[in-house]
Each structure stands twice: as C-alpha cells, then as structure tokens.
Design a protein around this ligand. Structure first.
Ligand code: F6P
Length: 344
C-alpha cells in the first residue's frame, strides 16, 4: 500500500512518535511506502510533501512538534478544496490516508471519508477533549509542564503573600486545568464547563486568607467564562481561524485585575500558553503515540477505514470516526468534585 500521512491543527508532543510508528510498522510489514504532506491539509491542497522512509523517520521519537509541519487550513472552507484533495490523493497513487489531528483535522477527514477516501484517523490534542478515547497523547506532557509551573509559582506566591493566577490551555474542556490543579494543589480551578461567579471565587480566597494562609493558587482554562450577567469584563474577542475558532488567551490577566480589586490581595497572572505544547513528550505520551501509530497502520492494512484509533482502558481499539466526533469529551464532574475538596 501507499499511505499518505499528515499532521493538522495545533502541534502536540507525540506527533513525531506517531509518524515514526506508522512508517516503522508499515516498513516491517513489507511493501508499504509513505508520503508525508507538509503543513496539514495545506500540503494536500498544494500537493506538497516528502517521501517518508525508515531512515528519515529514525530518531524523531523524543522530538516535540512535527517533522511534517502543521496548519489550521480548512479545505472545506474553500470551493474546490475537497476536489483538490481527492486529485492529490489520486496523483500520488495513495491507497489510504492517515490524518493525525484534533476535532478540526478529523472533521475534515470525516468529510473526505464520506466522499469515498479510505481514511484512518489518529486523535491528538493536548486539550484531551476528543470523544470515544480515554486520553489523547500530548495531554500528559501538557499536564506535567503545567504542574511544574504551579510548583514554581507556589514558592514565589508564598514568599510575597500573593494570589497567583495560572492560565492553561483548554478551549472547550478543563482537563488540563483540573489535572494540573489537583497535581499542583490549586485553591481554585476555573473551567469552561462551569461558568464561574467571581464574587464566589473571591470570597473563597478571603476565607482562606483569613484562616492564616497568605497566598493562593488559581488555575484557569483559557476557555473559562464568568457567569452570564457578571460584572467581570473580558477583553475583545480574538480573530477566528478557518474553522471558526476564536483565538483565546488573556482570561488570566482579567482575573488578576478583578481578584486584586475585589479582595485587595496582590495578584499576578502567568499565561503558560504554547510552553505547554512544546518540547519533548513524556514517556507516557511516547508510548500512547507509538501504540496509536502502530494501530493506525494495522487498521489501514486491514482495510478498516472510517475509523479512529483510541484508548479504552488499557486497550487500543478502533472506533467509528463519526461517533467519535459527535461531541467533545468534557470534564468528568466527579474529577472536578475531587478537585473541589481542596478549594479555599
Ligand atoms: O490545539 C488546541 C489548542 O492547544 C487550544 O487549547 C488552544 O486554544 C489552541 O490550540 C491555540 O492554538 P494556536 O497555536 O493556533 O494559537
């Protein structure tokens, strides 16, 4: 078989591990060749890419980012986009396509599958919000980075008697905030799934500080929002990408201002931003990404298309792509209840 591979959307630690695993598995099975498209769907639209071999995918396992590059190009947003992709697929004489991406990249993959392209999806996102898989690779690394940052912020918060607001990624779901918040001992965690009452957050902080403690850590997802009708104001919305997603970032700064003015406590915000997506994947993410890559190759050689590889418990399985993309996987309320035990 000749297989096309691409990485789309935001990058994520573990992408290279997936690419390496697909190629290695395919080469070992014998007779398979690989073409990697540059910069996600943009590479397919422009027929731009490179031959992937065992030699040029060796040594990339621990490397962050993606050797193929990525973009948020949406071929469904332009007329003729789907036709151009099908043309590239045929010109490159491909038998299957393995897109590695999040909800947007896999959404395009689903549309192409409906058009008849043989597709096996591999889910990736540090946000961990793709349905029908317990975890996506990249999430563990992001949580580790955020936890290390919270640990560092703890000591400076304590020295200066300050409230430290830590803004982490998480557009629809508060997985990173809640995991890193639990691991780092946060005193409040604000997530997209639960609009927050700023008065309530501040009274918890006041209660904590009146009990003799002089510092607090507040972890907030970039996608968190104040309750409707709240007096708290956010900055103007950022521009949207080709998939219609608004550019997020900055709620931490708004919280810094609000908490300081309502409580009188000195408050500082740290936006972790893309630090969470960069650098080498953790061992857990390398293993998960490798297992996903091998399973995707096996699904392609077995002719099982229209699927996405996924983790269920400790097993790697294949799930229906359409089912998987029906809804984002939001935070488990029970996990949040555990985090709440330690608030204030
Ligand atoms: O890939 C998901 C994500 O990490 C979101 O959490 C975040 O909102 C977005 O990517 C940031 O994207 P960009 O790299 O385009 O700024």
């Amino acid at each position: 078989m000749r297989i096309g591979i691409l990485t789309g959307g935001g990058d994520c630690p573990g992408l290279n591990a997936v690419i390496r695993a697909i190629v290695r598995r395919g080469v070992d099975l014998g007779g398979h060749t690989f073409y990697g498209f540059r910069s996600g769907w943009a590479g397919m639209l422009a027929h731009d890419g490179i031959e992937l071999t065992r030699a040029n995918t060796a040594g990339i396992l621990p490397r962050g980012g993606t050797i193929l590059g990525t973009s948020r190009t949406n071929p469904l947003s332009s007329t003729g986009g789907v036709g151009a992709i099908i043309e590239t697929f045929e010109r490159e004489c491909l038998d299957a396509l393995i897109p590695i991406g999040g909800e947007d990249t896999l959404g395009v993959a689903l549309a192409l599958w409906r058009e008849g392209l043989p597709i096996v999806g591999v889910p990736k996102t540090i946000d961990n919000d793709i349905g029908h898989t317990d975890v996506t690779f990249g999430f563990h690394t992001a949580v580790q980075i955020a936890t290390e940052a919270i640990d560092r912020l703890h000591t400076t918060a304590e020295s200066h008697n300050r409230v430290m607001v830590v803004e982490v990624m998480g557009r629809h779901a508060g997985w990173i905030a809640t995991y890193a918040g639990i691991a780092g001992g946060a005193d409040a965690i604000l997530v997209p799934e639960r609009p927050f009452d700023i008065e309530d957050v501040c009274s918890r902080l006041r209660r904590r500080h009146s009990s003799g403690l002089t510092f607090s850590i507040v972890v907030v997802s970039e996608g968190a929002k104040p309750l409707q009708g709240s007096t708290m104001t956010l900055g103007a919305p950022g521009e949207s990408d080709e998939f219609g997603h608004e550019r997020l970032g900055g709620i931490g700064v708004a919280l810094e201002r609000e908490i300081e003015s309502l409580t009188g406590f000195q408050t500082r915000a740290t936006i972790l931003g893309h630090v969470q997506r960069g650098g080498t994947p953790t061992a857990y993410d390398r293993v998960l990404a490798t297992r996903f890559g091998v399973a995707a190759m096996d699904a392609a050689t077995g002719g099982r298309f229209g699927h996405m590889v996924a983790l269920h418990g400790s097993e790697i399985v294949e799930v229906d792509l359409e089912e998987a993309l029906r809804e984002p996987k939001l935070l488990d309320p029970k996990l949040y209840e555990t985090a709440e035990v330690f608030f204030g």
